[in-house]
Design a binder for this molecule. Structure first.
Ligand code: GDP
Length: 454
């Protein structure tokens, strides 16, 4: 009885169940300064609707979990990099390309006061070829006198332009009602195919060997099962047999067809990473052992942690590793990757094919951990033993007690503990550390949420 009640409470907790892998994806595309950020803030209901005025600012977050009318979806903001005039076409085209590959629907934003520019027309051609639903937001229509500017956008051939003012909110709700109402319940792109091949994202900074690994995996085994039809000229995902099992490598189009941009390439790399993670269950992060572990490597790993996906670390270019470098490498791993010491590590060479077969057991281990469910009874026995051995320290004359705990979800394992008071961060870390000692959880992040009962 108590179990059921608490489980209900846990599943009502928005923090308890965080990852819903098959949410529909809505992407926002548009030229710089048309008001994409303001619109994103509107949709997310962020009060601090700060619109970044500085061009060239790279925002870290590119994909958000959004809610509208009780419908949850993933909002992909492709507008983080605002290039100089010369690079505009390339940048906006790249945005559109990412959106086309990875979104279920696109919200295309145009400045109604400026009208359709040649850049806008260029993007429209890309979007129309994709055949995905596109909604045209005619932004900056702050009052009715500006509506003719919106009507003029019928000329783009995308259907009805919806006049909105992202800054003041005018018309935004109506447009979102329409767009979100028409999103599929489950993403066709980020589809969670129950029983289908497991979905793997190959990640890593440029030149670590992602496409080499893909080619080796697909080519040498000579069993590219099929190429999944994407909406663009390249397949978005590819299915490959490895270790006697079929795997679905997601967003391989993004690896094979690189966005060549001198400026802003980082932003698109991180956009791709976030979007691929949305679709994947497990990430293989490639690191290049011939170079020091970089901030960018760590950033990519942190994106995996944030996404809640399982993680395998692949140290590539092992054929180039010299003895001296090897000693540094060990030290770097201890220093820079201590927070993911639970991730399986494989040492490979995408070029020679060395130890590629070791990826398979690592992926399987990580996914098993990611799927793990610990029965409520067992978890509470674990908590009882833990608190008996190591009670929470007294704070201000009070000692918070753990009343009960449950695993609210798997993928990744997410636990909720109900307490009589706030648990010290150190104590929460102790609980997660013990969870790993007892249950392993090799290859998966785990989350511990706390609910204080008054
Ligand atoms: P991507 O940008 O991550 O897709 O990287 P690529 O697969 O294009 O690889 C970048 C460069 O590193 C290419 O010149 C590859 O031939 C080389 N490379 C990739 N993997 C290995 C490896 O295991 N050993 C060596 N020696 N070179 C590699």
């Amino acid at each position: 009885e108590e179990d059921l009640e608490v489980l209900d409470a846990a599943t009502d907790d928005p923090d308890a169940i965080i990852y819903l892998p098959a949410l529909p994806v809505l992407a926002i595309v548009g030229r710089p300064n048309v008001g994409k950020s303001a619109l994103v803030n509107r949709i997310l209901g962020r009060r601090e609707a700060v619109v970044e005025d500085t061009p060239g600012v790279t925002r870290d977050r590119v994909s958000y979990r959004a809610e509208w009318n009780n419908r949850f979806f993933t909002l992909v903001d492709t507008g983080g990099w605002e290039p100089d005039a010369k690079g505009i076409n390339a940048s906006v085209a790249a945005q559109a390309e990412v959106a086309i590959d990875l979104a279920d629907a696109v919200l295309f934003v145009v400045d109604a006061n400026v009208g359709a520019t040649s850049t806008d027309e260029h993007v429209v051609r890309l979007l129309r070829k994709a055949g995905k639903p596109v909604y045209l937001a005619a932004n900056k229509v702050d009052d009715v006198r500006q509506e003719p500017g919106a009507s003029a956008l019928w000329s783009l051939g995308l259907g009805e332009p919806y006049p909105v003012s992202a800054l003041h909110g005018r018309g935004v709700a109506d447009l979102l009602d329409l767009v979100v109402g028409k999103l599929p319940l489950e993403s066709a792109v980020a589809k969670n195919e129950v029983g289908g091949p497991r979905r793997v994202a190959i990640l890593g900074r440029p030149n670590v060997g992602k496409s080499s690994l893909l080619n080796k995996a697909a080519g040498e085994e000579r069993v590219v099962v099929n190429e999944l039809a994407g909406t663009t000229r390249d397949p978005v995902d590819e299915q490959v047999e490895l270790g006697g099992k079929v795997w679905r490598f997601v967003d391989t189009a993004g690896i094979r067809r690189r966005v060549h941009l001198a400026q802003g390439a980082d932003f698109y790399a991180s956009l791709r990473t976030s979007a691929a993670l949305e679709k994947a269950e497990v990430a293989v992060v490639l690191l290049d052992v011939s170079a020091p572990i970089s901030e960018q490597d760590v950033r990519i790993i942190d994106l995996v942690l944030e996404s809640g996906r399982a993680l395998v670390l692949a140290f590539n270019k092992w054929d180039l590793l010299e003895d001296e470098r090897r000693r540094y490498l060990e030290r770097e791993i201890e220093q820079d990757l201590a927070h993911v010491s639970w991730a399986p590590r494989v040492n490979i060479s995408a070029r020679t094919g060395r130890h590629l077969e070791k990826l398979v057991p690592a992926l399987e281990t990580a996914l098993d951990s990611w799927d793990t469910r610990i029965p409520t009874g067992k978890f509470n026995a674990f908590l009882a033993e833990l608190t008996a051995a190591h009670p929470h320290p007294v704070r201000g004359g009070k000692q918070p007690r753990i009343l009960f705990g449950t695993q609210a979800s798997s993928r990744p394992p997410t636990f909720v503990v109900f307490t009589t008071g706030f648990l010290d961060p150190g104590y929460r870390r102790y609980i997660t550390r013990r969870l790993r000692e007892v249950y392993g959880f090799e290859g998966t992040p785990i989350t511990l949420n706390m609910r204080v009962r008054e």
